[in-house]
Design a protein. Structure first.
Length: 195
């Protein structure tokens, strides 16, 4: 009964190959064979992967970087990245043209924020909206256009509400600490003592 032919038999060599290449996510494997015409559901692929593939050795080699690592590399100033991270980022960007384009937009926006160059924002929005292969970036640019004057002022003027936001955050933290422990009078005293 275990050797009975199934619709998955045709795809097993492909699944074995992808497993050896390092793709060990059963959902991803199922999506790949579904695109090739596999008519059944995910459960059979998951069962095959856990029963037959889990014990097979995978090639030992460098693991691809996590999404969190790539995000950190993109959001860190290039001069502040260690050499090993810089090399890995360069390799990642060379293999993914969408990520390379996103990197340029992110760096350009970061330069506007850190150097208070808000007058460049309309030009940046135009280039971000033109990036059809980056729909999330295009939506972000569209949202910036809704209140363009305020955003330009925030990116141009040296004043900000950071101090006020810090005080609001501190008061909220005190309120959370005091919740259910004492009345308003003690909360008021603590807020005034910190001021």
């Amino acid at each position: 009964m275990a050797n009975r032919p199934t619709t998955l038999d045709t795809y097993k060599p492909y699944l074995d190959q992808r497993w050896q290449e390092g793709c060990t996510n059963a959902w991803k494997l199922w999506e790949e064979i579904k695109e090739q015409g596999y008519p059944r559901g995910y459960a059979r692929v998951r069962a095959y992967a856990s029963r037959n593939l889990r014990g097979k050795p995978r090639p030992v080699g460098p693991r691809p970087p996590s999404a969190r690592s790539v995000t950190r590399w993109l959001l860190t100033h290039p001069d502040a990245l260690p050499e090993s991270d810089r090399i890995q980022l360069k390799a990642v960007l060379a293999n993914c043209h969408e990520l390379a384009a996103l990197s340029e937009h992110v760096r350009s926006f970061a330069r506007m924020v850190t150097e208070l160059e808000g007058e460049r924002l309309p030009e940046w929005i135009t280039s971000a909206r033109a990036a059809s292969d980056l729909p999330s970036l295009s939506r972000f640019a569209q949202h910036l256009e809704r209140d363009l004057n305020a955003v330009i002022a925030g990116l141009t003027l040296p004043w900000n509400s950071g101090v006020v936001e810090g005080h609001v955050n501190r008061i909220k933290m005190l309120k959370r600490q005091m919740f259910g422990r004492a009345g308003f009078e003690l909360l008021r005293k603590r807020v005034l003592l910190y001021a």
